[in-house]
Design a protein around this ligand. Structure first.
Ligand code: ADP
Length: 384
């Protein structure tokens, strides 16, 4: 059966045999994928060897099950009992070209680590490198180190691009939606002007995102929370305007608060950023034809924004872990996403000394609540 586990010595022998069969001069390489369970040694040290062995067994089963689905006939999965390492030699005939081979190796790495993380809740360190000849096996430590370093580099690059793509998509879709509406004609001049103002705001946001991304990672967004205040009602209305074209495509209505000013200590742009991520999710996961509602309230010393939807909601057991970076909820396979939006929301809100949590909404779906330090009452009076 494909995916059955062999020992590392058997994998070594199989790779040598494959090189011998291909001949020394053949310009081919064999991708070697390595996976390490970093918690293994820690667990053994803290809780003893039996606990570490249990962890190893449960990871072995998950990796074996995932590999059986993903590996091709001829590929080999290896592991020695009692060790924190797993390896796969991609011995099945490769597609032509180094690029295709790298793509296949990366895909297999990503799918296996994701499947193991799903099954066990643990992320393994992983990487790959091409074995160019049987001599590479003699410097086994070098090969494994190179594979892990390469894996870490590739993951960093992938995560940066995935985060960037996620953050650019909402403003771009918003801009396209408004521009198309204006181009279609039939829009009265005052409405067209308002639409173009939203386009300008979104374009400025994009510019700031692009400027900012050169200086820091998007998860570490550096807004000036300490010195700035936002009127949460105004920001909620701006967010509802920006998301309108995306909501319109799904026939979802977004209800923004009409109320007077409620001021909080957060950078307005940062607050808009966080709200857009929440609204994008409410529309993405909400039922077509449904409703999304933004509510702002003040209860000193805090100011609150609730984002409610009437979609499927979030299971109790997932309400905390969905805020982790690159974690997606169950049942989301059919919906596009990378598990980044909520991690960014939490990062923004915590930097403003606030909190964000997920719960259930009176509308029947999910409720996300931002709690922020309220700003002084005088500023409320001034701005209302
Ligand atoms: P993504 O949407 O790309 O998966 P996020 O970090 O934005 O990433 O969200 C993480 C998870 O939280 C989603 O995969 C989904 O399971 C859940 N989620 C977020 N918002 C909602 C919502 N409004 N309704 C239901 N589930 C939600």
């Amino acid at each position: 059966m494909m995916g059955a586990m062999v020992t590392c010595a058997a994998l070594d022998a199989a790779v040598r045999a494959a090189f011998a069969a291909r001949g020394d001069t053949a310009p081919c390489s064999i991708p070697l994928l390595v996976f390490r369970l970093p918690e293994f040694a820690q667990r053994a040290w803290r809780e003893g060897r039996p606990a570490a062995r249990r962890l190893e067994r449960c990871t072995s089963q998950a990796i074996e099950a995932a590999a059986a689905r993903i590996m091709r006939e001829g590929d080999l999965l290896a592991h020695d009992a009692g060790s924190e390492w797993f390896a796969i030699a991609m011995l099945a005939p490769a597609r032509e070209g180094a690029f295709a081979q790298a793509l296949d190796a990366r895909r297999m790495l990503e799918r296996i680590t994701a499947a193991v993380a799903n099954a066990t809740g643990r992320r393994m360190e992983a990487g790959w490198c091409p074995l160019l000849s049987a001599h590479d096996l003699e410097r086994n430590d070098d090969v494994v180190q190179r594979a892990l370093e390469r894996g870490a580099r590739e993951r960093e690059r992938y995560e940066f691009l995935a985060t960037l793509g996620h953050e650019l998509r909402t403003p771009l879709t918003s801009i396209r939606g408004y521009v198309e509406t204006v181009l279609d004609g039939d829009v009265a001049a005052p409405a067209a002007r308002r639409f173009l103002e939203v386009v300008r705001t979104q374009a400025l946001r994009l510019e700031r995102l692009v400027d900012g991304m050169l200086d820091f990672s998007l998860l570490d967004v550096g807004y000036a929370h300490e010195t700035r205040e936002a009127d949460l009602c105004a920001v909620a209305r701006a967010a509802a305007d920006a998301i309108a074209p995306i909501a319109h495509e799904a026939s979802i209505s977004v209800v923004a608060p009409a109320g007077r000013s409620v001021r909080a200590r957060i950078d307005p742009d940062a607050c808009l950023h966080a709200l857009l991520n929440l609204l994008e999710n409410a529309v993405k996961y909400g039922a077509p034809g449904g409703r999304v509602q933004l509510t702002v309230r003040r209860q000193d010393p805090f100011a609150y924004i609730d984002v409610d939807d009437d979609g499927p909601g979030i299971p109790l057991a997932e309400r905390e872990r969905i805020f982790a970076h690159r974690v997606r909820g169950s049942g989301t396979a059919a919906v596009r996403g990378a598990g980044i939006g909520l991690a960014i929301v939490r990062s923004i809100v915590e930097r403003a000394s606030g909190t964000v949590c997920a719960g259930s909404s009176p509308l029947g779906g999910a409720r996300f609540t931002l709690r922020l330090p309220s700003a002084r009452a005088e500023s409320t009076a001034l701005s209302s």
